[in-house]
Design a binder for this molecule. Structure first.
Ligand SMILES: NC(=O)c1ccc[n+]([C@@H]2O[C@H](COP(=O)([O-])OP(=O)(O)OC[C@H]3O[C@@H](n4cnc5c(N)ncnc54)[C@H](OP(=O)(O)O)[C@@H]3O)[C@@H](O)[C@H]2O)c1
Length: 367
């Protein structure tokens, strides 16, 4: 669809990803591209994209947006494909945010998508695509509002639109152009078995997605074994209990009771309570595990890490918090949600919280 002569409107389109896509679409694919953004043209359009049609409007300002869309349609003689790329990212722990900051993150993708839809009503658009994020599917530490905004955008696009054109929301993986993408983040992605996506591949996948019928889908770039782990088995929607006869239901309840009773007894071969074999021979102290993870992921000298060290002072951001939490969880064998690093912001307080999660013998060994 996006080939020679195709008229593409990108809304919020001259950020990191939009600029790369505009270069690919105009320079390689021969499409005609127009952009709507908040900044004035001189600040937004790089010299090599000077031939772009550009109009200034805020996507959350419905009247201004309609005016800009009308101007683009007049300049290009119509619009074939619309890409909503606008986003606001303002990552911080949820507890450190006020409503207005979160509202700004949400508005650009929710009110912005609706306003764009309204501005396009009555036009012969072939495809309207919103750029969501994998954050909508898997969450994002520090970016709960952004993840919610993307999920809302996916949901909005799943509803029928006013026109006949194809509607689609794509939850993208990490692009190769994000300004926050540094060598550390690339390495962390690689360790997790994930990769980045570039403009040529992104457009090829966009075309493939448009050829299908899904209203919202996620694209993940990574090793096949990692991808397999991300795919959930389908969940049955009907309540299976509703299908059971009274007799079968009684049998089901009896079976559950028997399983519960069996769970209270030590399984054959399990060490009895108090048996030294029940204790990990080398329990890891939570404080040691936290120091090791911080040293590894934040590249800090462990000697600098006192019990009262505050994670934020070490430059811990949401992504690094994920990695530190994963490493500590692996070392201790307990679940460690990244949010714990926010709720317990020092080495000592986090260690104390994690000790509560350890089985008693391990807890005592760590004290
Ligand atoms: N970067 C990634 O790796 C990644 C991963 C997954 C999904 N995505 C999605 O891909 C899209 C592009 O990402 P990006 O990295 O290029 O983002 P970006 O660099 O942060 O750029 C965002 C753009 O949104 C525009 N914008 C913000 N608020 C606006 C408003 N109210 N009205 C009009 N335009 C507005 C900005 O334009 P002005 O500067 O002119 O205001 C800016 O050009 C986003 O929708 C994002 O959710 C990105």
């Amino acid at each position: 669809m996006i080939g020679p002569g195709c008229r593409v409107l990108m809304v919020g389109g001259l950020g990191a990803v939009g600029t790369a896509l505009a270069r690919e679409m105009t320079g390689v694919l021969g499409a005609r591209v127009a952009v709507i953004g908040r900044r004035p043209r001189a600040a937004a359009v790089p010299p090599d994209l000077a031939s772009l049609v550009y109009h200034q409007a805020d996507v959350t300002d419905a009247a201004a947006l309609r005016g800009a869309v009308d101007a683009v349609a007049a300049a290009l003689g119509g619009i074939d494909v619309v890409l909503h790329l606008a986003r606001v990212v303002d990552n911080a722990p949820l507890t450190a945010k006020d409503r207005s900051r979160a509202a700004a993150v949400l508005a650009v993708k929710t009110a912005g998508t609706r306003a764009l839809e309204a501005a396009l009503a009555g036009r012969e658009i072939r495809a309207f695509v919103t750029f969501s994020s994998l954050a909508a599917w898997f969450g994002l530490a520090g970016g709960a509002d952004y993840a919610a905004a993307c999920a809302a955008q996916d949901a909005l696009m799943a509803a029928p639109g006013p026109g006949p054109g194809r509607r689609l929301s794509i939850a993208w993986p990490q692009w190769a152009y994000d300004e926050e993408l540094d060598a550390g983040r690339v390495a962390a992605l690689r360790t997790a078995g994930l990769g980045t996506i570039d403009a040529a591949r992104g457009i090829a996948l966009l075309e493939r997605a448009l050829a299908g019928s899904a209203a919202a889908l996620a694209i993940v770039v990574g090793r096949p074994d990692v991808l397999d782990g991300l795919v959930e088995r389908p969940v049955a929607t009907a309540d299976p209990l509703a299908e059971l006869s009274d007799e079968a239901l009684r049998h089901y309840v009896d079976t559950l009771r028997a399983l519960d009773a069996a769970a209270d007894r030590p399984a054959r071969g399990d060490p009895a309570p108090g048996d030294p074999a029940a204790v990990d021979p080398a329990p890891v102290d939570p404080e040691t595990a936290i120091r090791a993870a911080l040293a590894r992921h934040l590249k800090v000298d462990p000697a600098r890490l006192a019990p009262a060290t505050v994670f934020a002072d070490l430059g811990l951001d949401s992504i690094k918090a994920l990695h530190v939490a994963e490493t500590v969880a692996g070392a201790l064998g307990v679940e460690v949600e990244p949010v714990l690093l926010v709720e317990h912001p020092t080495i000592a307080t986090l260690a104390a919280a994690l000790r509560e999660r350890l089985s008693p013998p391990l807890r005592e060994a760590g004290e």
